[in-house]
Design a binder for this molecule. Sequence first.
Ligand code: NAP
Length: 342
Amino acid sequence: MKAVVYDEVGGPEVLHLADVPMPEPGEGEVLVRVLAVAVDFIQLHIRHGGSGRIGSPKEPAYGLAPLPRIPGGTACVEVVEIGAGVSNVSVGERHLTGGLRPGSYVEYGVVSASGLSLGTRDAPGPTAIPSNFGPVEAAAFDYAPVAFHTLRVAAGLTAGESVLIHSAAGGTGVLAVQLAKHFGATVIGVASSDEKLDVVRSLGADHTINSLEADVIEETLRLTDGEGVNVVWDPVGGDVFEQSPRAMAEGGRLVSLGSNSFTGTGTVEFWSFWVKNLRLIGWGGRSNADAHAPEIMRELIDLAEAGRLRPVVGGRYPFGEAAEAHGAIEARRPIGKVVLTP
Ligand SMILES: NC(=O)c1ccc[n+]([C@@H]2O[C@H](COP(=O)([O-])OP(=O)(O)OC[C@H]3O[C@@H](n4cnc5c(N)ncnc54)[C@H](OP(=O)(O)O)[C@@H]3O)[C@@H](O)[C@H]2O)c1
């Protein structure tokens, strides 16, 4: 079968198509056909030789397969064969899942059946997909649970509050903007071009800031009459993380969920944390599972099926153009989530 592989770490150009052995499902596993794969930002870091734990050079091999390597990420898959001892999954079912072996940029992959669950209509499982989505839209919806959980549960965003959403035109950001509006918040979206900001506004953002043209902190303070925002949603890290406390209101919460700047560290000044009683919330690990709880999946699927929460596909590329897809993200061109198809 065909897969997208890299034999050495480096820029997008190291990605190429290759023939790899077809995997076979072992006990407790199923064979799936990949229909569409979301390009996960962390895969860029790993492809460049990072650990995936940005800023953690002590663990260069953390959880990574040796080279040559096939990138991972969330895929919309269809079950084609059931391994021994599997009774919870049927052939023909579609799931939205990561954890594929030998990777996600493959025609066929093997995945543990224990993580696959469509659940019921009232209590959808973690791999359920809104019924109105085809594979590409489903893949672009991959981090809707992350957007929901970071804002609602981790940061405790409530109606009437304000939120500053960095990378608002990113694959997850476009969902975060819509969900923050759904929660009743005033949304300030940040992105690096006016074209991106047009889309962010069309998704419901009340205010937008061009990060390359304006001082995001000063503009946020101006938009909030000097008060600052209640919540900062930060998938960028680095300077953005360091500066954000200045734009936060009394009792504000900063949720750090990623480092799109590839900067694994940030220094915060204690002073603003003390005088404004700020809270810094790290998000990851186990929260990823918590984000797929049935009540969250139910709300997300209801919103999606009602047309009130839509993924934004920032580009659709065949596997043979995976290098172009990764290159576009590194050039910060796409609006929304880039999706690969076999
Ligand atoms: N902690 C966890 O367990 C966990 C789980 C899932 C996802 N995440 C994180 O969630 C975030 C969102 O993931 P995603 O896959 O949807 O990514 P994404 O947000 O689509 O990433 C692309 C965006 O990053 C922004 N960006 C900022 N600095 C950049 C740079 N130096 N180079 C390229 N882009 C840059 C770009 O926005 P502008 O050009 O507008 O600035 C672009 O829209 C990521 O940080 C990811 O690691 C974390």
